[in-house]
Design a protein around this ligand. Structure first.
Ligand code: UFG
Length: 319
């Protein structure tokens, strides 16, 4: 297929672009490089530096078979501080992109949605029927796009899939996580293992979990990427599917810390801090729908996620 990947210079977008190219697809990456890196765009992809608001001409020209839409603002705390960025980029930008998709008659779209759409659910595991009640503008902006896609697919026949990511980690060779600032747990712990920071922070030790720290469902980025290829292949015209992507297993912050210590062989000193505002106690996915609709199942363990993230971090440091 001939595909557009928005956000293909970012972490997940670059990994999925590399997987699409390996499967023989042709890929045009659109990225404004506001947070992405030009050198993260895999060789073999065409690159267009543009905002998603400005894709009309590009999409009209080239007979694309589909769009994978990753480009977004994605920091929860920033979304609380500056919600306008989230409505402008994630909602206005996606509306403009969808209009370009509709005008060009592109038949399918896969969208990066998030577990943040569920807010602070009281159930575990979380199914797609769990009420979506976001607690920050990041989650609200992604949920707004999910609603947009439902109405566009119904009215205009687009085959749309919203993939609700839980906690993504790991790397695929030279494609991995390079956020600045880094807020995610695994890269933060590995920065301490690598000697880039003195000690790690554990945010919250009074949660209602076995060891008091927050529980998350960690998914390897290549397992996540495979789901995108399957979503493209199985998509249904005129239908919008919402699908959770997670392993169904939860790990606490302390368990992740222990795994990072074991994989790296480093002590990783850690200090206890108060809860980070807005962090839910537990987010664990039911992946039954992903198994049924996409024929997908996760294959890689938390150990593999950490090992691949660690290998990526060390190679990035030495280059
Ligand atoms: N944490 C620490 N120390 C750190 C970093 C994180 O203890 O240095 C804790 C957090 O407080 C949280 C857990 O580790 O309890 C996981 O935090 P991450 O920042 O790695 O991931 P989040 O669960 O906060 O965020 C992820 C995605 C978001 C998405 C969210 C859904 O990165 O985009 O899941 O709730 F919105």
């Amino acid at each position: 297929m001939k595909l557009v990947v928005t956000g293909g210079a970012g972490y997940i977008g670059s990994v999925v672009t590399s997987q699409l190219l390996d499967e023989g697809h042709r890929v045009t990456v659109v990225d404004d490089l506001s947070t992405g890196h030009r050198d993260a765009v895999p060789e073999g992809a065409e690159f267009v530096q543009a905002r998603i608001h400005e894709c009309g001409e590009l999409l009209a020209q080239s007979g694309f078979d589909g769009v994978l839409h990753f480009a977004a603002k994605s920091l929860v705390s920033e979304s609380v501080r500056a919600p306008e960025l989230y409505w402008e980029n994630n909602v206005s930008g996606t509306l403009a992109l969808l209009e370009a998709v509709r005008a060009a008659g592109i038949p399918r779209l896969v969208f990066s949605s998030t577990a943040a759409t569920y807010g602070e659910p009281q159930v575990s595991p979380i199914t797609e029927e769990t009420p979506a009640v976001p607690v920050n503008s990041y989650g609200s902006s992604k949920l707004a796009v999910d609603a947009m896609l439902s109405s566009y697919s119904r009215a205009h026949g687009i085959a749309a899939t919203s993939l609700r990511y839980f906690n993504v980690g790991g790397a695929r060779g030279r494609f991995g996580e390079r956020h600045s600032p880094e807020t995610h747990l695994i890269p933060n712990l590995l920065r301490v293992a690598a000697g880039l920071e003195e000690s790690a922070k554990i945010f919250g030790t009074d949660y209602d979990t076995p060891d008091g720290t927050a529980l998350r469902d960690y998914l390897h980025v290549t397992d996540l990427g495979r789901a995108h290829l399957l979503a493209l292949e199985t998509s249904v015209p005129g239908t919008h599917r919402i699908v959770n992507l997670g392993t169904g297993n939860g790990y606490t912050v302390r368990q992740v810390l222990d795994t990072c210590r074991a994989v790296t062989g480093q002590p990783i000193p850690a200090e206890e801090h108060p809860r980070r505002p807005g962090d839910p106690t537990s987010l664990v996915a039911s992946n039954q729908r992903a198994r049924e609709l996409l024929g997908w199942e996760p294959e890689l363990s938390l150990e593999q996620i950490v090992a691949d993230a660690w290998a990526f971090m060390r190679s990035a440091e030495s280059s």
